[in-house]
Design a protein around this ligand. Structure first.
Ligand SMILES: [Mn+2]
Length: 359
């Protein structure tokens, strides 16, 4: 803890010495990304700092209600070098969408809460036990004695609320609620923010959720659940990539499901694999095996190749990994070690799991 306080001090010193600052975050922006970018940008500007913020991707429409989000530039439009670059909520340089950060600044501060963060910055403030990056940004704002207002509180609350999936995740602790209470005091409106984020889905999003949930596959009495969003269905529905959000959280909400795996086939031929777990399996380790990562209960990986091959490789790896590392969870059920997919022959080996369910 002492060490982290020292790092925070260094960061504040570096910010104060910088003539201009650029703030960025990861590709495919979520609430913690836009929330922490807008909050830190807003708080620094409020105190007279010269700050720009830019992302590789555009701000998703659902997050456009956040104050300051309209001022987020595209990284590709940034053609100057800043004294300081602050990267938020990104576990690696690659996650920002660009290969080389040195074109933006010679000094990089990496602020994140992902367990797979590779400490790519000149200064690294990585709190892996924190629920969201907004929680770290909130502490920094206090440490640097920056000002908070209604808009900044709204951005911070959004990141805190979305990364804890509505204050439900295992890292939702006393500090999360203390921060939420402080933000409400500063004018964040929990009902408004949750309506914007959780009750504002597009019709096509609901159709994609429905289509995917009605074709799920279950392994080991539902211990593992997997589903897919393929390009054929996306084209049929006319769905945007953002219309495919939120499906995996529905999957892990099913009674008895411990691990949910969603395969999202993108137009560029790559497949984004989302992993969630409910209570004890570390899905970061599973995602690591495929070049991805994230958190213990929520991770992801992007894999190149043919969709069905990817599904076979990932599902079979997950089954083997869980079997080898979590013996106790297989002892609960009777005959639970063998997969129980519909239409599967009894006694078939795990490496035939995927082929047996008819994809
Ligand atoms: Mn986050």
């Amino acid at each position: 803890m002492q060490e982290k306080e020292l790092i925070k001090k260094q960061i504040v010193k570096k910010i104060k010495a910088a003539g201009d600052i650029l703030i960025t975050s990861h590709i495919m922006p979520d609430g913690d990304n836009i929330g922490s970018v807008c909050a830190l940008t807003g708080a620094l500007r409020l105190c007279g700092y010269k700050v720009d913020c830019a992302l590789f991707d555009a701000v998703p429409e659902i997050l456009s209600f956040l104050p300051g989000s309209a001022e987020i530039k595209k990284l590709s439009d940034i053609d100057k070098k800043y004294d300081l670059l602050i990267v938020l909520d990104s576990s690696s340089v690659e996650r920002t969408g660009v290969q080389d950060l040195s074109k933006y600044s010679n000094f990089v501060i990496n602020i994140d809460h992902h367990v797979c963060n590779d400490n790519f910055g000149n200064i690294n403030l990585v709190h892996t036990n924190y629920s969201s990056t907004t929680q770290i940004v909130f502490e920094l704002i206090k440490k640097a004695r920056l000002k908070l207002n209604h808009d900044i509180a709204t951005c911070l609350y959004c990141g805190l609320m979305t990364d804890t999936v509505g204050f439900q995740t295992s890292n939702t602790d006393e500090n999360v609620f203390k921060m939420a209470a402080a933000l409400v005091k500063f004018g964040a409106n929990p009902n408004y923010i949750s309506r914007e984020m959780f009750q504002n889905k597009s019709m096509k999003n609901i159709i994609m959720i429905g289509k995917t949930l009605s074709a799920l596959n279950f392994i080991d009495n539902g211990l593992i659940c997997w589903g897919k969003v393929d390009q054929k269905t996306i084209k049929e529905v006319g769905a945007l990539p953002t219309d495919c959000f939120g499906i995996v959280n529905q999957m892990v909400s099913i009674k008895g499901v411990e691990v949910a795996i969603l395969f999202n086939e993108r137009a560029d031929g790559k497949t984004v694999v989302d992993f969630r777990s409910k209570s004890f399996i570390d899905v970061n380790k599973i995602a690591n095996a495929f070049g991805g990562g994230g958190h213990l209960r929520a991770s992801g990986a992007t894999i190149e190749g043919e969709l069905n091959d990817i599904i076979a490789a990932v599902v079979n790896f997950a089954v083997e990994h869980i079997k080898n590392n979590y013996q106790s969870c297989f002892m609960k059920g009777t005959n639970a070690v063998e997969p129980h997919c519909s239409g599967q022959q009894k006694g078939s080996k795990t490496n035939t799991v995927v082929k047996s369910v008819g994809i």
